[in-house]
Design a protein around this ligand. Structure first.
Ligand SMILES: Nc1ncnc2c1ncn2[C@@H]1O[C@H](COP(=O)(O)OP(=O)(O)O)[C@@H](O)[C@H]1O
Ligand SMILES: [Mg+2]
Length: 278
């Protein structure tokens, strides 16, 4: 299986004002994400999630250790262009990511900068707006869209550069529930139908439930990693570091404490219903 992201003892320290190295934001992280995987990263505030994400497209470079994107060392400047094209980033605030006054122009911005021929750009813009279900808004002004719609335009803008991997750093944090749903459905579809590798950083546990793998960070370390079922049934450990678990996992945990026999790794309402109706 092809490796999309690989870190070897990845360590990063921010520098404080006097140029001295500050605390360890990432502490010898070893992580491999394969092509086509959907990985969710969770962890309390300040655990190093954004710092890790920024290493994945060379916005930050390791203090020590290695970060590879598709086998390319991010510390080598000659790889920068290919890395940024392979791994696109989507951030929390869609307003900071929109650069044009018309949706289709915004989506065209990335491929224009890559020097893609106009005809191909036209096609990419249409395809990408379709992929995020925003084609009917292509002539609209982005600032008049809802948060969820804006974030989908931002995703289309990244998609138009044909990345193999998209890293999303709390892309739903500023959205209402319906906007969150739209964005998460879009991300899942891109993973399933286009085979795009997804790294989703989120503080909504429900958004991690459908990932192939969940990684839990705390204080610059990976403290848990596994399938959503493996990770979320560790209710006590997650709560100890200040994280929630999906609602149904929490309910299963409480029911089990009362001696009711449901599986500890229950994640969804459907799974809970099946067990309670037996
Ligand atoms: N620009 C910065 N300068 C100095 N320290 C920072 C900077 N950004 C983040 N940090 C520190 O690095 C650690 C990890 O932060 P971050 O990666 O943003 O965590 P998360 O995204 O999980 O909330 C925290 O202790 C944070 O205070
Ligand atoms: Mg963050």
């Amino acid at each position: 299986m092809q490796k999309m992201i690989e870190t070897i003892d990845l360590t990063f320290k921010y520098k404080n004002e006097d140029g001295k190295e500050d605390l360890c934001a990432l502490n010898k992280i070893n992580l491999t994400i394969n092509k086509g995987e959907f990985v969710a990263i969770i962890g309390p505030n300040g655990s190093g999630k954004s710092t890790l994400a920024k290493h994945m497209n060379a916005l930050l470079l390791p203090s020590s250790g290695k970060m590879f994107v598709k086998g390319m060392d991010t510390a080598k400047e000659e790889n920068l262009w290919n890395i940024r094209q392979s791994a696109g980033m989507v951030f929390q605030n869609p307003d900071n990511q929109i650069v044009a006054t018309i949706v289709e122009e915004d989506v065209a911005f990335g491929p224009e900068n890559l020097g893609i021929p106009p005809k191909e750009i036209r096609k990419r813009v249409d395809d990408c707006l379709k992929a995020v279900n925003m084609e009917e808004f292509k002539k609209n002004a982005p600032h008049l869209l809802s948060g969820g719609q804006k974030q989908r335009v931002a995703i289309a803008g990244i998609l138009a550069m044909k990345p193999e991997c998209i890293i999303l750093d709390e892309p739903t944090a500023m959205l209402d529930p319906s906007g969150r749903r739209e964005v998460i459905d879009t991300i899942k579809k891109l993973n399933r139908e286009e085979g795009i590798t997804i790294v989703l950083i989120t503080h909504y546990m429900e958004e991690a439930v459908d990932a192939d793998r969940v990684i839990v960070m705390e204080n610059g370390n990976i403290v848990l990693s596994g399938t959503p079922k493996e990770v979320f049934q560790r209710v006590k450990e997650l709560k100890n570091i200040g994280l929630d678990v999906p609602q149904m996992t929490e309910l299963a945990y409480e029911l089990r404490k009362e001696g009711i026999d449901v599986a500890a790794d229950t994640l969804t309402i459907d799974e809970m219903v099946v067990q309670l109706c037996q």
